[in-house]
Design a binder for this molecule. Structure first.
Ligand code: ZN
Length: 211
């Protein structure tokens, strides 16, 4: 469980990152921290990329439907425009924002703002996602949360995409992704390669037969 620093010294800023796979509870943890900051009467602003319109345009909503009002932004620099006279800033789905985000977060933390970032650490191919690796490097505190592997019940850190297609910006509905542990993820990737090889073979046979 993450315990907040004593925030009596409000001239001191810092960066916290909450990262993990789909369904790992990142947004719930972000909302929990932001709600506690509000209880402490700190001024809180929440941002999310404009691309994330899963459930609602202006709310940060987790899969279990706790919501906080947020400002959609198209670029990281826009956050600086809105973030005046605040104590705490939350950023959800940070993986979709541009490479300026680490600079923006550093700038805010240097000015005394507590910056809390939530995002996917890896895309569905298992590669580090967008600005997240840099954010994790510059943060004072990194919390990695885990989902449960839907195939074996272990801790899951991979977001395995179930449907075909190349676009990274498909968002976390249950029918599109499943959280898997490393062993089950590797197995699923192998199965996918095997079935696409079979499809290609079938195409070849069809071509030979002119069908
Ligand atoms: Zn597993």
């Amino acid at each position: 469980m993450f315990i907040e620093k004593d925030s009596h010294n409000r001239s001191q800023g810092w960066i916290e990152v909450i990262c993990g796979s789909m369904f790992s509870g990142k947004t719930e943890e972000l909302i929990r921290r932001l709600k506690r900051a509000k209880i402490a009467k700190l001024k809180v602003e929440i941002f999310k990329p404009g691309v994330d319109t899963r459930y609602s345009d202006e709310d940060v909503v987790s899969h279990n439907a706790t919501a906080l009002h947020s400002i959609p932004v198209e670029s990281a620099n826009e956050i600086l425009f809105y973030a005046t006279d605040v104590d705490v800033i939350g950023i959800d789905e940070a993986q979709f924002l541009d490479d300026e985000l680490p600079n923006v977060c550093s700038q805010l933390a240097n000015q005394g703002v507590r910056v809390i970032i939530a995002g996917l650490d890896m895309d569905f191919l298992g590669h580090p996602f967008g600005p997240m690796p840099k954010l994790m490097a510059i943060a004072e505190d990194v919390t990695k949360v885990h989902a449960i592997c839907v195939r074996c019940g272990s801790q899951a850190q991979f977001s395995h995409r179930i449907i075909a297609g190349e676009k990274l910006v498909l968002l976390g509905e249950t029918e599109s992704y499943e959280p898997l542990c490393r062993a089950c993820y590797l197995k699923a990737r192998e199965e996918k390669l095997f079935s696409s090889a079979l499809d290609n073979n079938q195409d070849g046979v069809n071509q030979d037969l002119n069908i």
